[in-house]
Design a protein around this ligand. Structure first.
Ligand code: PNS
Length: 182
């Protein structure tokens, strides 16, 4: 994009975005959102919540951060961090100007809308929603864990670094198309 002087300018100069989540584990859908956010904003921090409130995580905080770090190595304006407590406090501490969230399906919007308004009320930081790429609109960490725990191969749904760790935890996993020849 060119400014009026013809000088190339960033689409949103000075914007530092936080992309928060449990990332238990990072999916290809998450990575797609990160890559697109990295094109829009000057800096993107992938912020892993320390204790997801939902349930016991499959991966430790260290594992989740390491898998993300490996998966974003090609993006030089993206970093990984973690936070405890309120997201609103974290974005204020980091002087972030935007929270990024991905929206996969319409039902995501209902939760995310009230969360975004609460976060703006608490921190004055707005949330920008990026629609999920249709290829990943059915992919969630929860479903990936469920099918993985039931023996499915998850190569299509998670980045290679995540797949490597998942396979190392369950070395006997054989992709379904190889099973018949075993
Ligand atoms: O990947 P997830 O599990 O959907 O991410 C949820 C997350 C981490 C973004 C959300 O639980 C969160 O913001 N937690 C921090 C606690 C907080 O600020 N809660 C109030 C939200 S209005």
């Amino acid at each position: 994009m060119n400014g009026s002087s013809g000088t190339p300018v960033s689409a949103t100069p000075g914007h530092s975005a936080v992309y928060p989540g449990s990332f238990d584990p990072l999916t290809r859908g998450h990575l797609d959102v990160i890559e697109r956010a990295a094109q829009i904003f000057d800096r993107v921090t992938v912020a892993v919540v320390v204790n997801p409130q939902k349930r016991e995580p499959l991966f430790t905080l260290d594992e989740r951060e390491t898998m993300i770090r490996s998966s974003i190595a090609h993006l030089d304006n993206v970093e990984v961090d973690h936070f405890r407590g309120l997201l609103a406090d974290y974005v204020r501490r980091r002087h972030a100007t935007v929270i990024v969230k991905g929206l996969r399906v319409v039902s995501d919007f209902e939760n995310e809308m009230s969360t975004a308004l609460m976060n703006r009320s608490l921190s004055a930081v707005d949330t920008v929603f990026l629609p999920s790429d249709p290829r990943w609109s059915f992919v969630s960490s929860t479903l990936v864990k469920e099918v993985y725990n039931l023996g499915a191969d998850v190569a299509d749904y998670v980045p290679p670094a995540v797949l490597a760790l998942m396979r190392s935890r369950r070395p006997s996993t054989v992709p379904p198309h190889d099973r018949s020849s075993a």
